[in-house]
Ligand binder design. Structure first.
Ligand code: DX5
Ligand code: ZN
Length: 232
């Protein structure tokens, strides 16, 4: 996984057909996505449950690009090794998930994965001030985590701008998660984000039997984001 700040579209399989993850991953990659975003929820840190490391391991062979695992679980540390073994390229933990995010990020890198830290909408950018030299990705939640299809929270755009300036030249991705579509993508791309997670806005209108809409949706988000970068 080499680093660059080009726009990357990461469909969230939270909006895919849960009975068909393997084929869904293959379909979105064939339709031009850059990363595959995998949302793990525990019904405790967030009010919804999805799946765990076994499912990640099962879908790994169907992903050729980057497997980006977003852990919405608490505690995190007892499960890091299992997600790394499942083949996660990036493992992201929430700063709010426990008292020891610094230790968690050390453990993620120690397990051989890239380390990501996620911030809920109510958490300030400054919460990652002392973590910048130990992360590969900062995920700015633009909805309250737990469900797909929620409305983008506009106050987070300023947080993205602030994080972009805090990061400076460090090779750290800024990822946006929640409510990303062709109308909101330009706002965060212009503010400095490079990885755009999108669930409902990618999967709407398509299926594994009819994957062309996935491609159209991915291209529309990418074009909107790249357009905002050029205009800036
Ligand atoms: C929210 C998840 C997101 C979600 C995004 O808790 O972390 O990845 O699936 O879904 P959309 O793009 O529909 O807001
Ligand atoms: Zn997510």
């Amino acid at each position: 996984m080499s680093f660059d700040r080009s726009i990357k579209i990461a469909p969230s399989i939270l909006s895919a057909d849960f009975a068909n993850f393997g084929q869904e991953c293959e379909a979105i990659e064939a339709q031009g996505c850059d990363w595959v975003h995998v949302d793990v929820m525990d019904g405790h840190f967030v009010p919804n449950i999805t799946f765990g490391p076994q499912t990640c391991k099962a879908i790994r062979p169907h992903i050729k690009t980057v497997m980006d695992v977003h852990l919405m679980i608490a505690p995190v540390d007892p499960y890091i090794e299992a997600f790394a073994q499942a083949g996660a390229d990036v493992i992201t933990a929430h700063v709010e998930a426990g008292p020891h995010i610094h230790r968690t990020l050390q453990a993620i890198r120690g397990a051989g994965a890239k380390a990501g830290v996620a911030l809920n909408p109510g958490t300030p950018a400054e919460s990652v001030d002392y973590l910048l030299d130990m992360v590969d990705l900062i995920c700015v939640m633009t909805v309250n985590p737990g469900f797909g299809g929620q409305k983008f929270i506009h106050s987070q755009v300023e947080k993205v701008r602030k994080l972009r300036s805090m990061i400076g030249d460090r090779p750290i991705h800024i990822e946006i998660d929640g409510g990303v579509d062709p109308t909101t993508a330009p706002l965060v791309a212009e503010a400095g984000a490079d990885v755009l997670v999108a669930g409902s806005a990618v999967f709407r209108g398509g299926s594994v039997g009819n994957p062309a809409p996935y491609g159209e949706n991915i291209r529309a988000i990418r074009a909107a984001a790249e357009g905002a970068r050029k205009a800036a």
